[in-house]
Design a protein around this ligand. Structure first.
Ligand code: HEM
Length: 160
C-alpha cells in the first residue's frame, strides 16, 4: 500500500531515516575513536552527532507513525510496523540517555555507560531497520499498488 505521508510522490519516512541512522552510527564510530586515541575532539563530535541523530530520529518517527496509523488493523504489516516503531523509539531513548550522561563531562567525554547504551542502541536499531525492510520489501508498505518495471514516473500521475 502507498504511504500516507509523501513528498513528490514518494514516502517521506524513508527519505528522513538516513539522518538518524547515519548520524547515530557515526556517533558510535567516534566513541570508538575516542577510546582508541583519547583525543577530546572525537568525544565532542560523538556527543554532537548523537544529539543531531536523536533530533533527526524524532522527526523521522513522526512520519513513520503517520504511515503506520494508515495500515489496516489485524494485518502482519500492522504488527511488524508496531515492533519496528517501538524498537526505534527505544533506540532514540537509549541514545538520548547516552547523550545526557555526557553533559557534565569535561569536553563531552563519554562515560562507559554512555558508550554501552549507544552500542545497545545500535544493535536494536539494526534489528528495527531489518523490520523496516520487511515492511517495504516483503509486506509492500510504501509500494504503489500499480508498481511495475514499466510504471510511469510518480510525478506523471495525479496523487490520491
Ligand atoms: C529513527 C527512527 C526510525 C528509523 C531509523 C526507521 C527506519 C526505517 C527503515 C530503514 C525503513 C525501511 C525503508 C525502506 O526500505 O525503504 C522504515 C520503514 C517504515 N517505518 Fe520506520 N524507522 C524509524 C521510526 C519509525 C516509527 C516510530 C514508525 C511507526 C510505526 C515507523 C514506521 C515505518 C513504516 C510504516 C515503514 C514502511 C514505509 C513507509 O510507509 O513509511 N518507523 N523505517
Amino acid at each position: 500500500m502507498r504511504s500516507r505521508a509523501r513528498l513528490a510522490g514518494h514516502a517521506v519516512h524513508p527519505m528522513l531515516i538516513a539522518f538518524p541512522l547515519g548520524l547515530l552510527v557515526t556517533a558510535v564510530i567516534f566513541d570508538v575513536l575516542f577510546y582508541a586515541s583519547a583525543r577530546d575532539s572525537f568525544a565532542v563530535v560523538a556527543a554532537h552527532t548523537t544529539a543531531a541523530g536523536v533530533i533527526g530520529g524524532v522527526v523521522a518517527s513522526f512520519f513513520g507513525w503517520v504511515d503506520w496509523y494508515a495500515v489496516p488493523s489485524r494485518t502482519r504489516a500492522k504488527r511488524v510496523g508496531l515492533l519496528h516503531g517501538l524498537g526505534n523509539m527505544a533506540v532514540l531513548v537509549l541514545f538520548a540517555i547516552s547523550w545526557m550522561l555526557r553533559l557534565d563531562q569535561p569536553t563531552w567525554q563519554p562515560p562507559v555507560l554512555a558508550f554501552v547504551l549507544a552500542v545497545v542502541g545500535l544493535v536494536v536499531a539494526t534489528i528495527a531497520a531489518w523490520l523496516g525492510g520487511e515492511l517495504v520489501e516483503r509486506l509492500g508498505m510504501g509500494v504503489d499498488e500499480s508498481a511495475n518495471l514499466n510504471a510511469p514516473s510518480s510525478l506523471a500521475r495525479p496523487s490520491h
